[in-house]
Design a protein around this ligand. Structure first.
Ligand code: ADP
Length: 417
């Protein structure tokens, strides 16, 4: 294994997976720290997706150390802690405490850190994080409900979360190349610094940083620096090159949509023009406990050469009406429970590929199908890959959160597989 990654949330993990796979690494994502018994094949990179961004620092550290132990037991020696490109954290953490716990476990000296991703308008200059033209603290992140970011100075921000002192690797060192970056890290270590915020104002800076850091036991950052590190390592790739594989025979496919985002509504409308979908109405589901299983049976009967579409996707007024009648939580729960049952029934009937729209919906479906580990395949749309579930029975999944993908996303998903 070339790279062991720990991500602090699920969609962030997939973001990283896609970037690593694009650089030519074979990648497996596991959701949560698996039990010791679970059998995961070899791959160039393993990514453990946690949900630790906004939990207590103590819990986040415990989860990260459990992920570290699981990865180390699989031979992991080079670790990447992935967080958001807007450095989402609270005054207490969890970026600092998790980094220091991993630093201690890995006996790392100075740990480089950068959320920069210039291609996506996230740059770091003189240690300050910009989103496009704005300092982070002048963006909407200032009033984020869970992780308000009121300071764009990452050196100060990280120092407030760590025991160890924080220094800076400035853009000039990145312009000068990997040796200059390594020399700067060594100088910071000699000064007693334990962390280094790394500038990056162009994507090439991340490539340089990747070369400079690829031998370190621990590096932290966003999906962008992940690209730099993968680029530095890809010459050694080759483990588990077969973990992602297309189905030998096109499997029967289901399209399940619980997202009500604008993009998904257009995608469902386009899909509905080709195959008549089955609609889930939260109020009808709540009123009739047997309805979900009748719809599941109907979906099974319809699934064949043409994918079967089941959707709860609705316009804002319909969603508001359901929420007014049932409460938002119950409306969501009846829909998610219906999708759990429908996905289970379809899989039991031999449907082998699922395209799922909606982050929460995808979580429910993945849970119902008992999927713990996914091998990352080709992208259908930026950031949304096909994945192969690693389990006893072959299963292909494409999990899309709300606003991703073009109008023809469902058809494109079928074509891509
Ligand atoms: P997204 O990625 O777009 O946020 P999610 O699946 O995460 O999509 O969230 C959508 C939520 O809305 C889910 O909990 C789903 O069960 C719920 N939902 C779907 N359709 C309806 C509807 N017609 N009325 C009310 N809630 C709905």
């Amino acid at each position: 294994m070339l790279l062991s990654c720990i991500a602090d949330d699920l969609t962030g993990a997939t973001d990283l997976c896609v970037n690593l796979a694009r650089e030519g690494l074979s990648v497996i994502q596991v959701n949560g720290v698996p039990s010791a018994a679970i059998d995961i094949p070899a791959a160039d990179a393993l990514v453990v997706a946690l949900k630790s961004r906004t939990i207590s620092a103590e819990d986040a550290v415990a989860q990260a150390l459990a992920a570290h132990a699981w990865l180390a037991a699989r031979g992991g020696t080079r670790f990447y802690f992935k967080y958001c490109s807007t450095f989402d954290s609270t005054a207490q953490g969890n970026i600092g405490p998790v980094t220091e716990a991993l630093q201690q476990a890995l006996h790392a000296r100075v740990v480089p850190a950068t959320p920069a991703y210039p291609r996506n308008q996230r740059t770091v200059y003189r240690g300050h994080l910009f989103v496009g033209d704005l300092l982070l603290s002048d963006t909407g992140m200032r009033t984020h409900p869970l992780t308000p970011m009121t300071d764009a100075n990452l050196v100060r921000l990280l120092a407030a979360q760590t025991r160890g002192a924080v220094g800076l690797v400035a853009a000039e060192a990145l312009d000068a190349g990997p040796d200059a970056v390594r020399a700067r890290l060594a100088a910071l270590a000699a000064e007693g610094k334990r962390h280094a915020i790394v500038d990056a104002i162009r994507d090439e800076h991340l490539t340089t940083a990747g070369l400079a850091f690829s031998d370190l036991p621990l590096t932290t950052g966003g999906a962008g620096l992940g690209v730099g590190i993968a680029r530095a390592l890809r010459g050694q790739a080759g483990a588990g090159s077969g973990v992602w594989a297309r189905p030998a025979v096109p499997p029967r496919m289901a399209w399940l949509s619980g997202s009500c985002s604008d993009a998904t509504r257009r995608q469902v409308a386009a899909a509905n023009a080709n195959c008549t979908g089955l609609r889930l109405d939260p109020m009808a589901l709540a009123a009739d406990p047997g309805l979900a299983s009748r719809i599941a049976a109907d979906a099974v009967a319809r699934s064949g050469d043409v994918p079967v579409l089941v959707y709860a996707t609705a316009a804002p007024a319909e969603v508001a009406a359901a929420q007014a009648a049932l409460g938002a939580a119950r409306a969501a729960t009846v829909v998610e429970d219906a999708f759990r049952g429908i996905a289970g029934a379809l899989a039991a009937a031999g449907v082998g590929a699922f395209v799922v729209a909606g982050g929460e919906t995808a979580g429910a479906v993945v849970e119902a199908l008992g999927v713990r580990a996914l091998a990352i395949g080709p992208e259908i749309a930026p950031g949304v890959p096909w994945t192969r579930a690693l389990g006893e029975r072959p299963l292909w999944l494409a999990l899309k959160s709300g606003n991703f993908g073009g109008d023809d996303f469902f058809a494109r998903a079928s074509a891509t597989l």
